[in-house]
Write a protein that binds this ligand. Structure first.
Ligand code: ZN
Length: 296
């Protein structure tokens, strides 16, 4: 384990405990607001953790991580549905794309069919055979020549939170982009949890493979310091978080009022468990931020 006494970004020693959940402890830097796993798994430990990441769900403490079937959950249809509009609005059309943390390459497969020139970058040797089957050229991080090339579009979908040296990596990414090129990031958004800590119990974002937990201000600060221009920021979902926080904080009262209502009016067959578990499902997902940044 790596123990950070200083913030890995701004080097401030003013760290506080953000949360401890299922043996995973997160620190928050009081200076730059960065949230990160501390102590953090080192490279050797991560290698073990990622061994079966794409084909079987594993557990550390009480947290499950990885995918039962990555190919299924990241199907072409899903990738198109979630990312095409966002990507295509700004992407250099038909340009060279590098997908960092491309997994089994489904997103690149979709782009390849639309005449983009695609490259993947993936650490997991479990994913490499899929990339070979799909005939997607890829870089293995250990022997990476990825940053010798120049790209029009670089994509980090659900990747930034996994990187153990994200600050260096973002600078390398900047250098690897052509001028006028775009960086597309989708990652964890910790801001709602910072704002409404009562959401943390149900939140599924804490995982042994998530090393950094990003927020809007921190990301903008880091990217602009590197030289990027921020083009677009989207947070998901758009519903107000305060609404959820109020409900979760007052759950007992609400359930009590609903049960009284049930007694007085039996025709209202309201299944509390179902409605509230649905609500929690939504609150679990209050966690992503999408940023598009440009190299001028
Ligand atoms: Zn800091």
């Amino acid at each position: 384990m790596l123990i950070y006494k200083k913030c890995p970004y701004c080097k401030s020693t003013k760290l506080s405990i953000f949360t401890v959940k299922n043996n995973i402890s997160l620190s928050k830097c009081k200076n730059c607001q960065l949230v990160f796993m501390n102590p953090m798994f080192d490279k050797l430990e991560l290698k073990k953790i990622y061994k079966k990441y794409f084909t079987s769900m594993n557990e550390i403490g009480q947290i499950s991580y990885g995918y039962k079937d990555y190919e299924q959950s990241r199907s072409k249809n899903n990738m198109k549905k979630y990312y095409f509009d966002w990507f295509k609005k700004y992407a250099v059309i038909g340009g060279v794309v590098l997908d960092i943390g491309c997994g089994t390459g489904t997103f690149l497969e979709c782009l390849k069919h639309e005449s983009y020139k695609v490259y993947g970058l993936e650490v997991s040797n479990q994913a490499w055979k899929y990339l070979e089957e799909k005939k997607i050229p890829y870089f293995k991080v250990s022997t990476s020549k990825a940053n010798l090339k120049k790209y029009d579009n670089i994509v980090l979908i659900d990747t930034l939170e996994h990187l153990n040296s994200p600050f260096k990596d973002l600078s390398k990414i900047y250098k690897s982009l052509k001028s006028g090129g775009f960086l597309f990031i989708e990652t964890i958004n910790i801001d709602p949890i910072s704002k409404y800590p009562s959401l943390i119990d149900k939140w599924t974002g804490i995982s042994p493979v998530h090393l950094f937990y990003w927020g809007e201000d921190v990301l903008i600060n880091i990217l602009t310091k590197i030289g990027f221009q921020i083009i677009s920021i989207k947070k998901s979902p758009k519903i107000t978080l305060k609404f959820f926080s109020v409900i979760i904080n007052n759950l007992k009262k609400i359930l009590f009022l609903l049960s009284i209502r049930k007694i007085f009016n039996k025709r209202i067959n309201l299944n509390n468990n179902i409605s509230f578990s649905r609500l929690f499902d939504i609150s679990k997902n209050l966690q992503t931020i999408r940023i598009i940044a440009k190299k001028n």
